[in-house]
Design a binder for this molecule. Structure first.
Ligand SMILES: [Zn+2]
Length: 205
């Protein structure tokens, strides 16, 4: 991992928030700043998004629609994590994003049985924004929201839902090792050039 790829693998709503600009390891990067960024992120999340968002061309408007939902999500989730009432405009934004492309169970006869496929209609960005808004609302009403943590690295704002209570970093490769190396050099900075350093900063698991 080079620190430039968006973090994925958390609940989809957190993965969305983790595309926001943050400063760890360099200048802040917005992974959804443009159409190419959104396309790359949709590819990373392909397994968790509706199949009809795969391998389609993405426009700047699509990216703008997803960024708009992300803004509402960030405000709503931040307030809810503090146990506070989210801004009305943020909740309205999440609801309106879903209303713009509601999920419908399309019934179709296929050979010898009726099959149902969940579909949304509209431009790709509007459909993706609706699906993501639904995920965000799911997180807002989930008791697990209280367990969501921000990475402990000073310059990192990535969010994660720890499977283990001792998890401190968004990822070991991204921030865990950096923190370990920084700790090591802080501990040994007075050793001088001949200082004996048998343990080395090593690697976090
Ligand atoms: Zn981090």
């Amino acid at each position: 991992m080079n620190g430039l790829e968006p973090l994925t693998g958390e609940p989809l709503a957190l993965d969305l928030l983790n595309t926001l600009p943050y400063a760890a390891q360099g200048p802040p990067v917005d992974h959804l700043a443009d159409a190419a960024g959104l396309r790359a992120w949709l590819d990373l999340e392909a397994e968790r998004l509706p199949a009809d968002t795969a391998a389609r061309e993405v426009s700047p408007d699509d990216a703008a629609a997803v960024r708009a939902v992300r803004t509402h999500a960030a405000l709503a989730v931040a307030a809810a994590r503090r146990g506070e009432r989210p801004p009305a405009s943020a909740l309205r934004g999440l609801n309106e994003a879903q209303l713009a492309a509601p999920a419908v169970r399309y019934a179709q006869w296929q050979g010898d049985a009726v099959v149902a496929t969940v579909r949304r209609t509209g431009p790709l960005g509007v459909r993706v924004a609706a699906a993501l808004a639904e995920e965000v609302v799911g997180l807002l009403v989930d008791p697990e929201l209280g367990k969501v943590r921000e990475c402990e690295a000073d310059d990192c704002t990535l969010l994660f839902l720890p499977a283990h209570p001792r998890r401190r970093w968004c990822s070991a490769a991204r921030c865990g090792n950096r923190a370990r190396v920084a700790r090591y050099y802080r501990r040994h900075k007075d050793d001088g050039p001949q200082g004996h350093r048998p343990d080395g900063p090593g690697q976090d698991a």
